[in-house]
Design a protein around this ligand. Structure first.
Ligand SMILES: [Zn+2]
Length: 454
């Protein structure tokens, strides 16, 4: 069965780089000079956690670059710009800059990887200097400043002085249809080898377009659609085998972290120099702070999973997850990413787990299961018997360090048995400083629970 796919795999599009009168070393030099300017002029986010996240995706993609396009001097670096507009750009030789707005607009890690793979393909195929080769007679030394003209000018109107005008920089930032198509196809191939589904790139372009509004995001004008883009990427993807699964699972918590920061700068603010004074990391503690309203005193009743009725504070909303569980959380307290991965900082979650008939042992196993995905999970006291939905139950106090906020959080796990031997559980989560307030709510939720399984 495996052999059958070989003929399909061989159909991937072969891309040959254009002729280029510059040396790869010149790509590197140009890119580094321009990158130094970019870092002076644009506000970098400088958040370790977000930077590391993007660097991890980037290094997986670098491993997916085909060997004939690996230039020894190229060094791929990845920085996040604290800018709202959806954009990303890469400079010759490897420096790549991703706007925070792009990370916030993406719907999955694969979509982020899609934009990065596209940009990386431009770099690996040396499109910047290849285009300059076609454009003849430019002085190599003058290029770096011009690149910046295109970047900042493009993003912010015209803060760059006369010198740049229609500078060479445009050659590094705006490509023709053929190079766009090449970057899409090569980017798709890089993604598949790196373990990302290339169709996510096609999805990302739709995501970007959907956010466009009037003129469309800068990214779209820098990387114009050669026509039929979505379809040919999906078609190329069908010829590729995705090798492994590179998805880190961190996307929801990274997005949550970004959303909790003060807003990104607009291009206009950057152009006016308003971003200059605060190039510091956005969260001074280095961690996100999530602001969420306390539990309402009014309660609202929901039916869940056909056999539960439960009342929760009226400002909590139900959110389903892929495993059939349900979470009730206030606005700002719940995060969902690709593949149904969820994280929540405030609220309660209900789920059903396999059971052995021994509630105490099943509860311990459940705690161990949670500890596997929450390494900082700790027991903070002894479990107590407590009626849950009119049945015998166990409530276990725990604490954890939130992946979203980095702060200690208060957790209670309540379990009871269903008639088929499985275990119904409810987890309440709140930041440790708000434990008292939330424990009152959790208790009310537990007491409201009605179970009607058969
Ligand atoms: Zn492009």
């Amino acid at each position: 069965m495996v052999a059958l796919s070989l003929s399909v795999l061989s159909a991937q599009t072969r891309i040959v780089p254009d002729k280029n009168k510059y040396t790869p070393a010149q790509d590197v030099q140009l890119g580094q000079e321009a990158a130094a300017e970019v870092k002076k002029e644009l506000p970098m986010l400088n958040d370790d956690r977000v930077d590391n996240y993007v660097e991890d995706i980037g290094s997986r993609l670098v491993n997916g670059i085909p060997s004939d396009l690996r230039h020894p001097g190229f060094r791929y670096t990845f920085d996040v710009v604290n800018q709202k507009e959806i954009n990303a750009f890469a400079l010759p030789g490897g420096p790549m800059f991703l706007n925070r707005g792009m990370l916030e607009a993406a719907k999955s890690e694969g979509e982020v990887a899609g934009v990065m793979a596209h940009e990386m393909a431009h770099v690996a195929l040396r499109h910047g200097t290849a285009q300059a080769t076609k454009g003849e007679k430019f002085q190599i030394g003058a290029i770096a400043g011009q690149v910046l003209g295109a970047i900042v000018g493009g993003a912010a109107g015209s803060i760059i002085s006369q010198g740049s005008q229609f500078g060479l920089g445009t050659y590094f930032m705006k490509y023709g249809r053929e190079y766009e198509r090449q970057a899409d196809l090569m980017g798709a191939q890089i993604m598949a080898r790196a373990g990302y589904d290339p169709r996510e790139m096609a999805n990302m372009f739709r995501t970007i377009q959907a956010q466009g509004g009037g003129g469309g995001p800068e990214w779209m004008s820098d990387h114009p659609d050669p026509g039929n883009r979505y379809n040919y990427i999906v078609k190329e993807a069908s010829t590729l085998r995705v090798e492994g699964n590179a998805n880190s699972g961190q996307f929801p918590s990274i997005q949550a972290r970004l959303r909790s920061m003060s807003p990104a700068y607009t291009a206009e603010q950057i152009a006016k120099g308003q971003a200059r004074s605060s190039k510091q990391p956005v969260g001074t503690s280095g961690r996100a702070v999530v602001k969420v309203d306390p539990p309402a005193s009014q309660y609202r009743t929901y039916s869940a999973a056909d056999f539960l009725r439960v009342s929760v504070p009226a400002n909590w909303d139900p959110v389903g997850d892929r495993d059939g569980g349900v979470t009730y959380a206030p606005e700002g307290g719940f995060f969902q990413g690709e593949n149904g991965q969820t994280a929540f900082t405030h609220g309660v979650q209900f789920g059903v787990a396999q059971g052995s008939g021994n509630l105490q042992r099943d509860t311990q196993q459940l705690v161990q299961g949670f500890a596997r995905s929450n390494p900082d999970l700790q027991s903070t006291g002894s479990a107590r018997r407590e009626s849950i939905g009119g049945r015998q139950g166990i409530t276990t106090p725990l604490s954890n360090v939130s992946e979203v906020t980095g702060q200690r959080e208060y957790i209670t796990l309540s379990t009871t048995q269903l008639r088929d031997g499985s275990v119904l559980y409810m987890i309440g989560v709140a930041p440790q400083p708000e434990a008292t307030t939330y424990e009152t709510a959790f208790r009310r939720v537990r007491q409201s629970l009605q179970i009607a399984d058969r």
